[in-house]
Design a binder for this molecule. Structure first.
Ligand code: BG6
Length: 514
């Protein structure tokens, strides 16, 4: 009999995670308090945690289990979407939490961890399954992984395929800062883990509305026939933030918005919008289709960057009525910094479906509003039967609002009631909040649960990450060649530099002001 095709497996839903110990390296950091523990607590509330479960924090500072639990309680109290904490549930949940102190370089840390995990296997039924979460800078991945392996703390992929204990590792962005460094990082990871054991988080994929992109496109028959160059005029993808760099000046000086947002979150949104229907929702089936999109992107060669990419940096201005500093006035930012806090690009997906359809994408800090959305503008009607006031009938626009005010809206033209035929644009509006209530799960809940279930569909694969960097590297080559040209400034609280308006206006189009 033929072995079942793994690409034909679907996403396994409605099942708790497999029994396991989640081990968080870097447990004293912000991510653990703000995101990971609140996510695990909320999984406990929704009864999605496995019955054999433990979470172990590993960090340098000595502290008792009780101290660590108290810190985590504080974090969950402040950042959980469900408040206040349920005392009975917390009492039960906190029994699963423990702490191991040690430096990441010291083999003793791993010997201690091993003894501790073996104890948890017998006391809490974690069945030798390990989910390592590296909430640490990428420079520390190598040493942690090497030590885990040497301490006998990594089961092989073959073991898990044969139904034995499994080991998985979750890593966070940034996965490198260009293609070369991403490859080095991926090679380091591959020395210890098989790709099937690696779960790279792009937290946008865990957002409910991002998951809904797949459902919207492939569980409805209405839009997919229109989802192509015959009917779509252009696509706009916006990831706009009101916040500045929020004390992360040092990080931003090394990064900029193109590497922080476009290379990962925005390109993932583009992939999900542009990809072909996968043959199933199995991880590799979906990821294969996303990689095809990335490979179809028209390379942003140096000669194209000038006309297709605009960067900017925020100057002083007002956001929500409050005066805010310029990027160059932020702590740890150079007074003559050339880092971009805004970028807009005209991207082409050169394939059969999208040939000739521009994707205008933009991302920025300190913009007028926080909004992430994908807007598909359809082609205009072929003949103007009605007299519209400005001589043209507006095109239909389908907007998928990722955040906030999550929803989907379709703009279309109607007749205003009255004796004359006056055209008016209206919207058909679906809002998550009013349809389903507003307390939707956080991205990290879904992602941690999926990693515990071994479902990798919402995680990025090595080749995806490398294709993303290959695309972005070209842009940076061109910027480097422009040596010393500072990015144009835009007023904080605006929609970006004028040059970005020119970029799209040259094609006779306008940015949406969402
Ligand atoms: C992170 C970036 O990946 O995403 C931050 O490093 C950014 O700079 C954040 O603010 C945005 O995430 P969200 O979920 O608030 O849209």
């Amino acid at each position: 009999m033929q072995a079942p095709n793994p690409l034909r497996r679907g996403l396994v839903e409605d099942r708790a995670g497999d029994a396991c110990a989640v081990v968080i390296f870097g447990a004293s950091g912000d991510l653990t308090r703000r995101k990971l523990m609140p996510a695990l607590y909320n999984l406990a509330v929704s009864r999605s945690l496995p019955s054999g479960f433990a979470v172990v924090g590993v960090a340098r500072r000595a502290k008792t289990n009780e101290q660590f639990r108290a810190e985590m309680k504080d974090g969950v109290g402040s950042f959980s979407r469900r408040k206040p904490i349920d005392p009975a549930l917390w009492a039960d949940f906190e029994r699963a939490i423990s702490y191991v102190a040690g430096t990441f370089e010291d083999p003793k840390t791993y010997a201690d961890l091993r003894a501790h995990l073996e104890q948890l296997d017998s006391e809490r039924g974690t069945r030798k399954n390990r989910l390592y979460y590296l909430a640490v800078p990428p420079a520390e991945f190598g040493v942690i992984m090497k030590n885990l392996k040497e301490a006998g703390l990594v089961a092989s992929a073959a073991s898990s395929a044969a139904g034995g204990p499994w080991t998985r590792v979750i890593i966070e962005k940034p996965f490198g800062h260009d293609l070369a460094s991403a490859r080095v990082l991926n090679d380091t990871v591959a020395e210890t883990f098989d790709e099937s054991q690696v779960f790279r988080i792009d937290h946008y994929l865990g957002k409910e509305t991002v998951q809904n992109l797949l459902v919207f496109r492939f569980a409805n028959s209405l839009f997919e026939p229109l989802w192509n160059r015959e009917h779509v005029d252009h696509v706009q993808i916006t990831v706009a933030e009101e916040i500045g760099v929020e004390g992360r000046g040092k990080f931003y000086e090394q990064t900029g918005v193109t590497k922080d947002i476009v290379e990962n979150h925005l390109m993932q949104l583009l992939c999900l919008t542009a990809m072909e229907p996968p043959i199933s929702l199995a991880a590799d089936a979906v990821r294969d289709e996303k990689v095809k999109v990335l490979r179809s992107l028209r390379p942003m060669e140096r000669s194209l960057v000038q006309d297709n990419v605009v960067r900017g940096q925020y100057a002083r201005g007002y956001v929500k009525g409050e005066e805010v500093a310029a990027y160059r006035e932020e702590p740890d930012v150079a007074k003559d910094s050339r880092i971009e806090t805004y970028v807009a690009m005209r991207v082409f997906v050169d394939n059969w479906r999208w040939g000739g359809v521009p994707f205008y994408v933009r991302a920025g800090k300190r913009l007028a509003r926080r909004v992430t959305e994908i807007a598909i503008t359809f082609k205009k009607v072929p003949h103007g039967l009605f007299r519209a006031p400005d001589g043209g009938i507006s095109p239909n626009v389908l907007t998928m609002r990722i955040q906030p005010d999550e929803g989907i809206a379709l703009r279309f033209t109607t007749k205003e009631p009255g004796q004359h035929t006056i055209l008016r644009d209206v919207a058909m509006d679906f809002r998550y909040g009013s349809a389903f209530g507003s307390n939707t799960p956080e991205a990290y809940e879904r992602l941690l649960l999926d990693a515990m279930r071994g479902e990798a569909t919402l995680f990025t694969r090595r080749d995806e990450v490398e294709e993303q960097w290959a695309y972005i590297d070209n842009v940076f080559d061109a910027w480097r060649a422009e040596a010393n040209a500072p990015p144009p400034l835009y007023v904080a609280g605006s929609w970006g530099p004028d040059q970005a308006d020119d970029l799209i206006a040259r094609d006779g189009r306008r940015w949406r002001k969402p």
